[in-house]
Design a protein around this ligand. Structure first.
Ligand SMILES: C[S@@+](CC[C@H](N)C(=O)[O-])C[C@H]1O[C@@H](n2cnc3c(N)ncnc32)[C@H](O)[C@@H]1O
Length: 181
């Protein structure tokens, strides 16, 4: 298994369309400190965040897996890695296919990582697909909370519910625990 230092080196080599080192450390440490058991990810891309999530689940000795969804299938970076069996790739739109995994009743707490399209309506669709199934303590993390003026990410009611939001970056919400800002 790769160490956090090795993962950070890998992260620095893949700067396009992936979180910054600071953002990915927040993602990784939320999974670790929250003793997350299942990660549901919208937007696999080349699988870098899935590798971080699988490493954190492995370190948690979690019962669950990383379920990562993307409309495009690529040569994933996790192929051949020792954490590969922690990652299940599902080919298709998150909002349409996540229900198939939820039906399997994966162990809580979950972290739902929303890193697909930037548009508000897309982000709302991803959130709405999982919201009815969240349990108290589950996390939802958005990579692109963006700004209302540029029509990106979430805003208004949903952003107000986040316990943490960087200006143009990550937003974090913990179901049943986060208080509106
Ligand atoms: C910013 S990249 C994800 C980066 C990845 N999470 C990482 O950190 O390495 C966004 C990805 O979302 C995918 N995407 C866009 N709409 C989607 C949807 N409705 N469902 C699943 N994936 C989607 C795109 O194909 C793209 O690969």
């Amino acid at each position: 298994m790769m160490s956090v230092a090795e993962l950070l080196e890998m992260q620095k080599q893949h700067t396009k369309k992936t979180p910054t080192p600071a953002e990915i450390l927040l993602f990784y440490s939320t999974i670790r400190t929250g003793r997350v058991q299942t990660v549901l990810e919208c937007g696999t891309y080349f699988g870098l965040s899935a590798i971080w999530a699988a490493t954190a689940l492995e370190e948690n000795k979690a019962e669950g897996k990383v379920y990562t969804f993307d409309g495009l299938e690529r040569d994933f970076l996790f192929e051949g890695m020792d954490i590969e069996d922690r990652i299940v790739f599902i080919h298709g739109p998150f909002e349409e296919r996540v229900g198939e995994i939820i039906t399997l009743n994966p162990p809580h707490p979950w972290l739902v990582f929303i890193d697909g399209a930037w548009r508000y309506d897309a982000n709302k669709g991803y959130f709405d697909a999982v919201a009815p199934y969240l349990e108290i303590g589950d996390y939802v993390m958005w990579h692109d909370t963006g700004t209302t003026t540029r029509g990106r990410g979430l805003h208004s009611k949903e952003q107000g519910a986040m316990s943490f939001r960087a200006v143009n970056g990550v937003g974090l919400y913990q179901h049943g625990i986060s208080k509106p800002q």
